[in-house]
Design a protein around this ligand. Sequence first.
Ligand code: FPP
Length: 238
Amino acid sequence: MMGDLPVPRSVAIIMDGNGRWARSRGLERIFGHERGIQAVRETVEECARLGVTSLTLYAFSEENWSRPQREIDLLMRLLERFLVEERKTLMDNGVKLLHVGRRERLGPSVLARLDETIALTAANQRMRLGLAISYGGRAEIVDATRRIAEAVRDGRLAPERIDESVIRAHLYRPELEDPDLLIRTAGELRVSNFLLWQISYAELHVESVCWPDFRKEHLHAAFRAFGGRVRKFGAVVP
Ligand code: FPP
């Protein structure tokens, strides 16, 4: 709780609707992504201020690689810019950056900026920020399975020792807590291959505004809705 606002420990957000936001104003889609950065900054600052301990943002999915090359290039350039320009925001707010996803298809320049910002913020303690870039939930489970199979093959792990905690430990960033709340903007009722393992017990909140219009008032509304839910984790609540 922060005052009378319930605050989830761990939050994940599917930042959808940048393209629609721009198109509805007669602009190119990329302007929507560019505007989306403001919403990212405000959300990161507000989550850190309110005491969220893990925030994971879906910035670029495995599926997004099939977008037109021009949009991919522009998104990558925007990400790169974000990773440099937001360093001060991350440091001022005690935010530790983590990458969630595959590195293979990312260009050397994005990877360099990502690694520099991760190293710079490594000692920050207030909030962990997972940026999902080149991320797919099924791909993550595939990658974890491969690493578990290698451990078994090499005699480091007995198959009967594989349980949920072993699988969790092999996901990309086990230090990010499983989301208590998953927010999606732009009204779509889909999970879109995001954090499939981790959202098992997350509460879902769908906000109708497009991501560039997402303000801290919308974040607060999502937290209030979350606070009104009864979480049962499969059990019976009296
Ligand atoms: C979904 O909108 C959004 C994305 C695919 C990219 C998210 C990127 C940002 C919010 C900006 C950059 C982020 C960071 C962290 C620097 P869409 O293009 O799918 O929109 P549409 O569904 O309306 O077409």
